[in-house]
Design a protein around this ligand. Structure first.
Ligand code: NAP
Length: 556
């Protein structure tokens, strides 16, 4: 291994590691911290030129987390918890990136992280019981374990529009935003997409651009974030109560302490007035409370309809042009079944005279022109196009790597009808390969940091146990995997989630199998299940000792 004097990061890798970790976001960093303390050798490969994962790439204007800062943070270090000061209720991307970099430095993690290095393949050698991992830079290393800390929303998707390569202006995908400042001043800007990302970026871009045209296919529900400076008293209280707050989050439904209380009543069990007052209180408080204020909003369509109508009426009140307001009003799916954005002045932005909303469901985009774009109805002159068009979520970043398990079987082939995992941690046929927040785990339905910590702790504890027991190989049992997939589907099908065309269902990617990918049984229940599996000697996993004398050879 060689290092430059300027960078604390290694620049090339070879040889054997106990674990190769792919990705240096929240998950990869914690993996290094924990595995190193347990005495394992570890090498992280990170495609970006710095650590941070999602928060490294998503530098688009307005990028912000929609989990409150004091909960969207690591819990593994009491000192870190106490010393870090968050400045806003919902942290903006630069502050999260600063935090992640602080963690990397504070715990001296960089020396195990090779940046600017994209992993291209991971192949399992059955006889040697080792993975061989290759990178685009030409590194080839072997390892006993591979941990895919590749993130759930890290394969950006630009729709295959005709003519994009001939566009003469600037264009960007929000998930691959440049490091230089994009100057929208005096420019005619088009934003395609009104998911969480578009909804955050649109008000900020509108404030700068000469003219902004928003190309909306599906109107989205959105709730006001009511972001603001962190209240010092609230911060003090949070720090004083951190152990209790974290514990509450770990056993909650969504991985947030703030949202851990389950309401006693359904939306139709109260009077119209009581229901309206409850929604109004949530709206005024800001944040993600509204779809959780009654206990049946994700199960009961009639109940959910009341929340939908409340938000639609808010849109009608905010947006002055009634035609534009109606275009912005979502219908045909239940609120919360697509990831619910939180905004700052999103709907208000359409009152600007410099903002135009275009319905591309009625008139789809036909092609990108050298100076703009054309829908089936009209042509728009644009200097900058921003694609807020989302990701090949949950599976995209895994399948982008040529992963081959036992007998050379590819992950792509195994998951051709949709992802199949045991606990979202492993998939049968791929020994010693772990996923962090993989499909079949609460992942994107939870506070990601809570779920990431749980997975990294489970995986590293597992590696430690195997080492102590002299076990070389762990692999999900196909029967346990089938039963888990069935359970994930069963729980998902009790909710309204599968009724929406969301990225949770793979519906945003043409040809992607329609499978409800995350586990909606709750973070706490899921943790109980994972703990029980361990207590029962890794129930549902096949454990195999190394062949005689192999351990020594492998480490040589
Ligand atoms: P997204 O939710 O998948 O939204 C993509 C948008 O692009 C949708 O409005 C989609 O329309 C539109 N679109 C895609 N292809 C199109 C086409 N060919 N023509 C016209 N419109 C097209 O992606 P995202 O907004 O980047 O968000 C992804 C996830 O990232 C979020 O759901 C959230 O989990 C996470 N995120 C979190 C935060 C936060 O913490 N605050 C912020 C941003 C993102 P359709 O709906 O019709 O497909």
């Amino acid at each position: 291994m060689s290092t430059t004097t300027a960078s604390p990061h290694p620049t090339a890798s070879k040889g054997f590691f106990d674990a190769v970790v792919v990705g240096a976001g929240f998950a990869g960093l914690y993996a290094v911290y924990r595995l190193r303390r347990m005495g394992f050798t570890v090498r992280v490969f990170e495609a970006g030129s710095g650590v941070g994962g999602t928060w490294f790439w998503n530098r688009y204007p307005g990028a912000r987390c929609d989990v409150e800062s004091y909960e969207y943070s690591y819990s593994f270090s009491k000192e870190l918890e106490q010393e870090w000061v968050w400045t806003e209720r919902y942290p903006a991307q630069p502050e999260i990136l600063k935090y992640v970099n602080h963690v990397a430095d504070r715990f001296d993690l960089r020396r195990d992280i090779q940046i600017n290095t994209r992993v291209t393949s991971a192949h399992f050698d059955e006889a040697a019981e080792r993975w061989t991992v290759r990178t685009a830079k030409g590194d080839t290393v072997t390892s006993q374990f591979v941990i895919m800390a590749t993130g759930c929303l890290s394969a950006p998707r630009v729709p295959d529009f005709k003519g994009l390569k001939d566009f003469k202006g600037e264009w960007y995908h929000t998930g691959d935003w440049p490091h230089h400042e994009v100057d929208f001043r005096g420019k005619r800007v088009g934003v395609i997409g009104t998911g969480s990302t578009g909804i955050q970026a649109i008000p900020v871009i509108a404030a700068q651009a000469k003219h902004l045209t928003v190309f909306q296919r599906t109107p989205n529900f959105s709730l006001p974030a009511r972001n603001g400076p962190q209240d010092p008293e609230r911060a003090r209280q949070m720090k004083a109560r951190y152990p209790e707050v974290r514990e509450k989050a770990r056993w909650s439904g969504n991985g947030y302490a703030l949202l851990s209380d389950i309401p006693a009543k359904g939306a139709l069990e109260v009077s119209d007035e009581e229901r309206r007052t409850a929604y109004e209180r949530c709206w005024q408080l800001g944040g993600p409370l509204l779809p959780r204020v009654f206990n049946d909003l994700v199960f009961n369509k009639a109940s959910n309809d009341t929340a939908c109508e409340f938000v639609r009426n808010k849109i009608r009140q905010i947006v002055k042009d009634s035609k534009v307001a109606e275009l912005l009003c979502p219908s045909g799916y239940a609120i919360g079944t697509k990831r619910l954005p939180m905004d700052t002045d999103y709907f208000e932005t359409y009152n600007r005279t410099t903002v135009t909303l275009v319905d591309v469901r009625a008139a789809p985009i036909e092609e990108i022109l050298p100076n703009g774009l054309r829908t089936t109805q009209a042509t728009y002159q644009l200097d900058i196009v921003v694609f807020a068009t989302g990701y090949d979520a949950m599976t995209g970043s895994l399948l982008a790597i040529d992963i081959r398990g036992s007998q050379g079987r590819t992950l792509r082939e195994k998951w051709s009808a949709g992802p199949r995992t045991y606990l979202g941690l492993q998939t049968a046929g791929f020994p010693n390969l772990f996923m962090v927040t993989g499909p079949g785990s609460p992942s994107v339905l939870s506070n990601m940091v809570t779920s990431i910590e749980q997975h990294i702790e489970w995986i590293s504890d597992c590696m430690d146990t195997l080492r102590k027991q002299g076990v070389a190989r762990i692999e999900a049992d196909l029967k346990a995997e089938d039963a888990w997939v069935e359970h994930v589907n069963e729980v998902g099908n009790k909710t309204l989630y599968p009724t929406a065309n969301s990225w949770y269902m793979g519906a945003n990617i043409p040809g992607k199998p329609r499978v409800f990918m995350p586990y909606i049984g709750g973070v706490g229940n899921y943790r109980t299940k994972c703990n029980e599996v361990v207590a029962k000697g890794y129930e549902g996993f096949i454990l195999a000792a190394p062949a005689q004398g192999e351990t020594q050879a492998r480490r040589a």
